[in-house]
Design a binder for this molecule. Sequence first.
Ligand code: NAG
Ligand code: NAG
Ligand code: NAG
Length: 460
Amino acid sequence: MYLSRFLSIHALWVTVSSVMQPYPLVWGHYDVCKTQIYTEEGKVWDYMACQPESTDMTKYLKVKLDPPDITCGDPPESFCAMGNPYMCNNECDASTPELAHPPELMFDFEGRHPSTFWQSATWKEYPKPLQVNITLSWSKTIELTDNIVITFESGRPDQMILEKSLDYGRTWQPYQYYATDCLDAFHMDPKSVKDLSQHTVLEIICTEEYSTGYTTNSKIIHFEIKDRFAFFAGPRLRNMASLYGQLDTTKKLRDFFTVTDLRIRLLRPAVGEIFVDELHLARYFYAISDIKVRGRCKCNLHATVCVYDNSKLTCECEHNTTGPDCGKCKKNYQGRPWSPGSYLPIPKGTANTCIPSISSIGNSPKFNRIWPNISSLEVSNPKQANVCDNELLHCQNGGTCHNNLRCLCPAAYTGIFCEKLRCEEAGSCGSDSGQAAPPQCSPALLLLTALLGTASPLAF
Ligand SMILES: *[C@@H]1O[C@H](CO)[C@@H](O)[C@H](O)[C@H]1NC(C)=O
Ligand SMILES: *[C@@H]1O[C@H](CO)[C@@H](O)[C@H](O)[C@H]1NC(C)=O
Ligand SMILES: CC(=O)N[C@H]1CO[C@H](CO)[C@@H](O)[C@@H]1O
């Protein structure tokens, strides 16, 4: 029942849009972010959130280690075998490729046997803590779409913090704590993501799930993105529309999954027993064979393509937006304040295209004088709107919902939802070839009529 209502409104919009294709103001309402699908009602466009594909983000990062000289092998040193802590004749030597363990090996192709890995120096300076920061930087905001997975070739650390930055590494916030004993290590009660709910999904927890000792087979640490998504989208993420609806309205939730940098703070290596064996300190070190980070460029729902050029990720912005994250309107397209596009497609969502600035539409100085100040007419929160911007209906063609009551249409359009070309209504499109010509009417007059709610152009 609901589905068919949704589809018929969908189809209506498609008809309207195809009639209006030749007019630039129409473009950008998901013009790129749609595909044709087949439904019981025939072939229709399926409008998708305008965002780049989710991909392996480790190809685009820079890695930095602190302290910088913490990688093993310079000078060469011996360490104990992972499986057998008393077999200590393995060697790490940075100057011999077969014995070196540089940081790049955390991001190379896995599946080789034995696997390749980065390794730290051993805990020779015990009891001074053996601590390493591994910082991954993208120089671009990205949105995580899958679990972060770290595979250790040493035991998993006794204490570790995963941190994130949203401002290119200037400030850091914890993402998740990991410890064999959360209370002892971080004064936190141990929790698992499964203890969270929709309401507590943003809580930062300490988990003991991934820190069991040196001898167990498990090598992996997760940061659970999908389990968090599942609080909204349900098991197996079947109801993504519900998650997208939440993301559209909750900036905090969007930000939670957004990062520019990640930092893995290794605070204490796996010891596996109560006491550190001071006679065999070469048993203790960190080794990581793989780090998985899947995500996509954050383009604020205004781009489907993100390019990697000159070691830099950049969104290819649509909807007349610009900036690395499509975070603002292009010059001369500031007819209303910038806002992100929506995850939910038309008719539930909107592309929030940037519309031409008033001064750039009214190219005649005579009309600029009487041009109303559009920003003072803007409703402050379009989401509150109910008649012209509700769950199913939205102003089209760049129209904005004014006082919750009617759409304020761009010059060339009219109709309750700005769905009609004004010249068509006035019969002045001059189309003998069957193709509509650009509107003839003066933009200043048209906007005024839109404001006054008169259907026919005013005579001056
Ligand atoms: C690791 O980074 C944190 C801040 O995120 C900093 O306080 C700490 O000193 C760093 N540790 C090392 C070993 O560089
Ligand atoms: C338009 O209105 C806004 C808010 O009322 C005001 O800040 C701005 O200066 C006005 N602009 C012009 C050109 O009058
Ligand atoms: C999406 C959209 O409205 N794109 C328009 C942006 O502005 C240029 C002109 O500068 C138009 O050609 C695009 O169609």
